[in-house]
Design a protein around this ligand. Sequence first.
Ligand code: ZN
Length: 229
Amino acid sequence: MNFLTVERAEIIRETRIVLGFCITEIKKKSKMILPIVAYGDPILKKEAVEIDQDYPELNKLIEDMFETMYEASGVGLAAPQINRSIRLFVVDGSPFAETDEDEEEDPMAEGMEGFKRVFINPIIEEEAGEAWGFHEGCLSIPKIREEVYRKEKIRMTYYDENWQFHDEWFDGYKARIIQHEYDHIEGVLFTDHLSVLKRRLLAKRLQNISQGLISVAYKMKFPSFKKGK
Ligand code: ZN
């Protein structure tokens, strides 16, 4: 082997190292931020369908949904909101656990620390307790918050990301987030729970959202403004 070929071998080796490094970097960053479907898109009004274990690239989809939710500072995200009409949603209620030191402990926030879950093919089996009001927001309906009344406790059956079956009661903010996300896979939005008068008052703002006439800090897909943001 003469000098030239040794040098070439060295270059090839170095290139491989650099390429290897790049591939690792790409793998690390492979989670994708998906555009969130805005109010007015028909997919948000559709009842979603169940999936089975053969659903393609489910783990990747779940990772991307968490990533998309965190990017938009949400506490829950349902598959129809990222344009997939399937019975799947993810939640992470940790932000509800953050209280200032001098702030009183909120009983509804109990157990919210680390409340990160994946719900596949969930069913609300029972609802119990008093209905209570809470100002809800939705990543598909940015900048609008309205009081929605929902029952205090729910019993859910569902599969997690490992296809383990669960039968479990939830209350407080946990129940609240789940009820909101569950509505999404049923084709229901929180605005559907409002009075006719309230909805009439919001009509113009909702129309603006569906037309993309709103500035949002995260990626969205608007039904009547094809280019999106
Ligand atoms: Zn929502």
